[in-house]
Write a protein that binds this ligand. Structure first.
Ligand code: SF4
Length: 400
């Protein structure tokens, strides 16, 4: 069951702690970063333009370690290294799919492993990133929850996935990242302090437009309401997966804490406040949540929330007998939704040939070769299909 730590603001005891006490520049909002740098350089008697120089190194496409900021005098670089950290994630592995999907397993400073996925789709390049190491919410269709919660990621570790993936993408011919989705490991609204800062860093620092950043949640109502208080128009995706409370509770234990009517009300308010459509994610599991009789209620909820519906064939996970709905069933859902006036799309899985379901690489790395039998950890509906394509919240979205 969720608890206050896993579901609420970051618990500093469970975040990676900098042994040196030096602040991570990537974990500061751009305004805080400038203030910290200005103080630092001011105390050293360095010219004010040093702050802008370092800012460019942090957020610009040439960003590198302090040592590689070669337009700074060596003494300045040394001083930066003494005063600050720069979270640099090192890739434990990278897997590339025939369809272009590229998945990174990143090693954090304390040995935790997290994943991010790059999904090219036409002119769009979407990065799906993780917000927690593990997850405490235990959704039954998602293997991420099975392994439990390890710790919150800090904002620099979330933004660091972007920075490291961006460098890799540029070096490997993928081009610029155009969209970001918080749909990897963990529930972003259960790590709101880090989420909020990282959103500001991605938007205000790295320059990813708010409308090109989507936060996905299984329905943490206070988090949805907090997100709606922000001035930016970030996208919101709700992992719905069932339109009836009893059925949803079988899939998402959090339903008991935040009942569906409350969640839908929060999503509806978010849409009204932000004036942008939200997305329902609906993973289709054969014989579990794909009965045609569910369509009218799903359509009603989508109408109430003003939502676009993504239908996502379930990605089977070990130790779970569930399988994906038949293609004909998925198509019938889509047709029925459209007949009800609800915009809906079927999302194709990505990166199947690299076992790119979220958490697979991490599980294997943690368990060693025997990890092949380890339950596959999954993002919010068990695979990277959510990453790129689910980021699209409908035809009104700007395309990359
Ligand atoms: S679907 Fe999301 S919230 Fe649920 S267990 Fe998986 S990562 Fe956690």
């Amino acid at each position: 069951m969720p608890n206050a730590t896993a579901e609420g603001a970051a618990d500093p005891r469970r975040e990676e702690r900098a042994p040196t006490g030096r602040p991570d520049l990537l974990g500061l909002a751009p305004g805080e970063l400038e203030t910290a740098l200005a103080r630092h350089f001011g105390a050293l008697g360095e010219p004010a333009y040093r702050t802008a120089q370092v800012r460019r190194w942090i957020y610009g496409p040439e960003a590198a370690s302090f040592d590689r900021m070669d337009n700074l005098p060596a003494a300045v670089r040394t001083g930066l290294g003494r005063a600050f950290r720069l979270a640099t994630l090192s890739p434990r592995s990278v897997s590339r799919s025939r369809d272009g999907t590229a998945k990174h397993l990143w090693a954090l400073r304390d040995g935790e492993l997290v994943e991010s996925v790059l999904i090219p789709e036409g002119r769009r390049l979407t990065l799906c990133l993780s917000s927690q190491a593990g997850c405490a919410l235990g959704c039954t269709f998602c293997a991420t929850g099975w392994a439990g919660f390890s710790r919150q990621l800090g904002p620099g570790e979330i933004a660091g996935q972007f920075r490291a993936a961006r460098a890799w993408a540029l070096a490997n011919g993928y081009g610029r990242i155009t969209h970001v989705v918080y749909m990897g490991m963990g529930e972003p609204l259960a790590n709101r302090a880090a989420l909020n800062t990282s959103l500001t860093v991605l938007n205000g620092g790295f320059g990813i437009g708010a409308r090109r950043i989507t936060v996905s949640t299984v329905g943490i109502v206070p988090g949805i309401r907090e997100l709606s208080e922000r001035p930016e128009q970030f996208g919101l995706a709700l992992s719905l997966h069932a339109p009836l409370p009893e059925l949803r509770a079988r899939l998402i234990p959090l339903e008991k804490r935040y009942p569906l009517p409350e969640v839908i009300a929060a999503v509806r308010d978010y849409r009204a406040r932000k004036r942008r459509r939200v997305t329902f994610e609906y993973t289709m599991i054969r014989g579990v949540n794909d009965d045609p009789s569910l369509v009218p209620e799903l359509a009603r909820l989508a109408r109430e929330a003003g939502a676009f519906v993504n239908l996502i064939p379930f990605n089977p996970i070990p130790d779970r007998e569930w399988v994906a709905s038949r293609p004909s069933t998925v198509e019938r859902f889509r047709t029925s939704l459209r007949a009800s006036g609800i915009e809906a799309a079927v999302r194709r899985p990505r990166g199947r040939d690299i076992d790119a379901a979220c958490g697979q690489l991490r599980a294997t790395a943690v368990a060693g070769p025997a990890g092949a039998g380890t339950p596959e950890r999954g993002c919010r509906s068990g695979g990277p299909r959510l990453s790129g394509s689910a980021a699209r919240t409908g035809p009104s979205e700007p395309r990359g």
